[in-house]
Design a protein around this ligand. Structure first.
Ligand code: M6R
Length: 366
């Protein structure tokens, strides 16, 4: 039921403080000193000793996988590869004993992801799944896994399933880091605390929706949009662009901000909205110079900034403010204004937000 919301997508965006909490509930132990992933208990020793983790998925789930790659490599120090399931299944990838293959899928029915998983299984890898739909084909195929508890997602554009996936993957990365002795108990508890603070912070962002709507009004007739981010916010840039294109049919591209000078900068003119996703992290100064490059070419900068930011806010044309957080959990916040931005633009363009043309909720054909 949509309740008071005009569309399922909007309802699902607004559910996120709850769905994120539902996803970590029972997995962060009451004393907040430990993460327990029940579905992985039996196989965790194998994962701790893995030589490599390969994560596969499609669309938004692939973006969640990219966040996981950065987290696992930074904190747990296991090499990670992320691949589109549609590529992985048809090329001849090398899968060695000691490799762990993890599939991410909201529906658990995506044909490419399922086929890729079966192939990896046949080659002897330990197969894990992060699915939202309980008892789905992918969930049944895996050796072990963790369910996201986002509830049924009806809007074709994935929103709450993405933040639930990132929540599980973040817990997974922190737990793995701790079990491998790569982080101290003190940092572990600090990171857990950062996760527990996310729902309230998402709520704060949701309350700013009138401002996001105003900005959407300004840019709704643009032909193209560019999304830039670095580090944990690079996948967020990709996800923001995917949301916009799939529901509003505005052409949008997400890029690692450092790649801008290798091509996309040629697109910048006074008609181009450039969404720059930033946080006060180690990339901050680099993002500042990316914005200067865009401004010098008269591009319109819409910046996702943290509340403590006072550099970028003076350079951008428009701002989406998000509460401060640790960089390891920042993607969970930065994506929210971009979901709303895409939503409002699509509504203003008269598009069918919940059922965009040519798309299905789960892609069960190859
Ligand atoms: O159900 P899955 O997570 O396997 O679906 C993967 C993609 O089809 C899905 O994320 C798609 O890209 C969404 N429409 C994105 O909003």
């Amino acid at each position: 039921e949509k309740g008071d919301f005009e569309h399922y997508m909007l309802k699902e965006i607004f559910e996120q403080p709850k769905t994120i909490q539902d996803t970590y509930r029972g997995r962060i132990k009451a004393d907040q000193k430990e993460i327990v992933l029940g579905g992985l208990l039996d196989v965790f020793p194998k994962i701790v000793n893995a030589n490599r983790i390969i994560i596969i998925g499609c669309g938004t789930s692939w973006h969640a996988a990219l966040v996981a790659e950065y987290l696992i490599e930074e904190y747990a120090r296991i090499p990670v590869e992320v691949e589109y399931a549609s590529e992985f299944r048809y090329r001849k990838p090398i899968i060695n004993p000691g490799d762990v293959v993890m599939a991410i899928s909201q529906s658990g029915e995506t044909a490419d992801t399922l086929a890729a998983l079966k192939m990896a299984k046949a080659q002897g890898a330990l197969i894990l799944g992060i699915c939202n739909v309980v008892g789905s084909s992918i969930a049944r195929e895996t050796d072990a896994g963790v369910y996201t508890h986002a509830g049924t997602e009806i809007g074709v554009a994935s929103t709450k399933a993405f933040t639930a996936q990132v929540t599980v993957l973040t817990l997974f990365a922190f737990k793995l880091a701790k079990e491998r002795g790569k982080i101290s108990q003190e940092l572990y508890e600090q990171l857990i605390g950062e996760m527990l603070a996310i729902p309230d912070k998402v709520q704060t962002i949701l309350l700013s929706h009138p401002n996001i709507k105003k900005v959407a009004e300004k840019y709704k007739d643009a032909i193209n949009a560019l999304y830039l981010g670095r580090g944990y916010l690079f996948p967020v840039a990709l996800e923001g662009a995917l949301k916009l294109k799939e529901i509003s049919y505005m052409h949008a591209e997400g890029y690692a901000a450092g790649e801008m000078k290798h091509g996309p900068i040629a697109l910048v003119d006074d008609n181009l909205p450039v969404v720059v996703v930033s946080a006060k992290d180690s990339y901050y100064e680099k993002v500042v110079s990316n914005i200067q490059e865009v401004k010098a070419r008269k591009g319109n900068v819409i910046a996702v900034v943290t509340e403590d930011d006072n550099g970028l806010r003076n350079m951008a044309n428009d701002l989406f403010e998000v509460p401060e957080s640790h960089p390891a959990v920042a993607a969970l916040l930065a994506v929210v204004p971009l979901q709303l931005f895409a939503y409002y633009i699509a509504v203003m363009r008269g598009c069918n937000v919940d059922q965009p043309r040519n798309l299905a909720k789960s892609v069960t054909v190859e």
